[in-house]
Design a protein around this ligand. Structure first.
Ligand code: MEV
Length: 328
C-alpha cells in the first residue's frame, strides 16, 4: 500500500426485509431492500506493532489491540475474526488503526452486523492493496455473519454489499428496482432489543417438533415473496401493502411477534398504512410500514414518537458498499 498515511474509508448500508425472513434461512425466497443508514469503517495506517480497533459507539474512548495473546469482547467477535483472517500474523511495516461507527441501530433487525462486516472487509482490501471484488467481499462477510448468527441465510451481507433491492433464494440473488418516489417506507423501532441467533434457534426448535406445520407457513411466505416481486415491479403499492400484512400474520403464526410490535401495528393501521410487518428476526426490533400519502405518513410518525417509539421515513440505498475515502 501507499506509504503516505492516507486514511481509507468505506461505508455499507443496513437493510429491511420486505418479505420472507426466517423462511429464507431454509432456502425459501425473500426480498430485501438496502436503506440509507450506514456503517462506516476508516483505516489509518500506523507504525504501531499490531492492528488496533476503535468502536466509539460501543466502547467510547477505548482502543483494543489485536495480538496473539488477547481476545476482544464478545460483541466484537466477528470484527476480530475478519481482522485475524485477513491479516495473518506476519511482519508488516504498517498496521491498520481501524475505527468503526454506525448509524444503524444494533439488535433491531436492520442488518447492522452485516454492514459493519462489509465496510470493514472492503477497507481492509484497500489497505492490503487487494483489488476489491464485490463477490469476494460478500463471501467473507457471510463468514463473519456465521460467527454472530450461527447459520444465517446470507441475505443481510448480500444486500449490504450490493445495495438496492434483491430477490434472494438459496444464496442466489436477482436485482429488483424499487420505486420509493411515490410511496414511503417507515421504519418504527420498538426499542425492544433481541438477538437474531436466539430467535432463529427458537424457530428451528419449533420446526424440529412440527416440521409439516412450519414448512406449510414457509410455503405460504414463499408465495408472498414471489407475488411481492411482481407487485414491486409493477409499482402496485396497495398490493405490496396487503402482502406485507399477510406476511406479518404468518410471522405471528411462526411465533416471532411481540406485544410492542402489535401496539405499533395498531397505531400505523389507524393512520391508514397500506401494510406493515416486522422486519428481521422479530420478537422486538422494527416494524416497516408502507404509506402512499405524505401527510398521513407524517401524522403516523408524530403519533409513534409521542408513544415513545423511534420512527422515520427511510430512503432506499441504491448503492451497496461505497468508497468514502477522501483524497487530499
Ligand atoms: C435476517 O435479517 C433475518 C432472518 O431471516 C435470519 C437470516 O436470514 O439469516 C431471521
Amino acid at each position: 500500500m501507499d506509504m503516505d498515511n492516507e486514511s481509507i474509508s468505506y461505508s455499507a448500508p443496513g437493510k429491511i426485509i420486505l418479505f420472507g425472513e426466517h423462511a429464507v434461512v431454509y432456502g425459501y425466497a425473500a426480498i430485501a431492500i438496502a436503506v440509507e443508514l450506514r456503517a462506516k469503517c476508516t483505516i489509518v495506517p500506523s507504525l504501531s506493532k499490531n492492528p488496533s480497533i476503535l468502536t466509539p459507539d460501543l466502547f467510547p474512548n477505548k482502543s483494543f489491540t489485536i495480538n496473539k495473546d488477547t481476545s476482544l469482547p464478545s460483541s466484537l467477535r466477528a470484527i476480530e475474526f475478519v481482522i485475524r483472517e485477513m491479516l495473518p500474523s506476519k511482519k508488516r511495516t504498517q498496521y491498520p488503526r481501524i475505527e468503526i461507527t454506525s448509524e444503524i441501530p444494533p439488535s433491531a433487525g436492520l442488518g447492522s452486523s452485516a454492514a459493519v462486516a462489509v465496510s470493514l472487509i472492503s477497507s481492509l482490501h484497500a489497505f492490503l492493496n487487494i483489488n476489491s471484488n464485490l463477490d469476494e467481499i460478500n463471501r467473507m462477510a457471510f463468514e463473519a455473519e456465521k460467527i454472530i448468527h450461527g447459520s444465517p441465510s446470507g441475505i443481510d451481507n448480500t444486500i449490504s454489499t450490493f445495495g438496492g433491492g434483491i430477490y434472494y433464494e438459496n444464496e442466489v440473488k436477482r436485482k429488483i428496482l424499487i420505486d420509493d418516489k411515490s410511496c414511503f417506507f417507515v421504519i418504527v423501532n420498538s426499542l425492544i432489543p433481541r438477538n437474531t441467533k436466539d430467535v432463529v434457534e427458537k424457530v428451528k426448535q419449533r420446526r424440529d417438533k412440527n416440521k409439516q406445520e412450519i414448512d406449510q407457513i414457509y410455503e405460504e411466505i414463499q408465495s408472498i415473496s414471489t407475488q411481492g416481486e411482481m407487485s414491486l415491479k409493477k409499482g402496485d403499492h396497495e398490493r405490496i401493502g396487503t402482502l406485507m400484512s399477510e406476511n406479518q400474520n404468518l410471522l405471528e403464526k411462526l411465533g416471532v411477534g411481540h406485544p410492542e410490535l402489535t401496539k405499533i401495528i395498531r397505531l400505523v393501521d389507524k393512520h391508514d398504512a397500506l401494510g406493515r410487518k416486522l422486519t428481521g428476526a422479530g420478537e422486538g426490533g422494527c416494524i416497516v410500514a408502507l404509506f402512499d400519502d405524505y401527510q398521513k405518513t407524517q401524522q403516523a410518525i408524530n403519533t409513534l414518537k409521542e408513544k415513545g417509539f423511534q420512527a422515520f421515513i427511510t430512503n432506499i440505498s441504491s448503492e451497496g458498499v461505497r468508497n468514502e475515502t477522501e483524497h487530499v
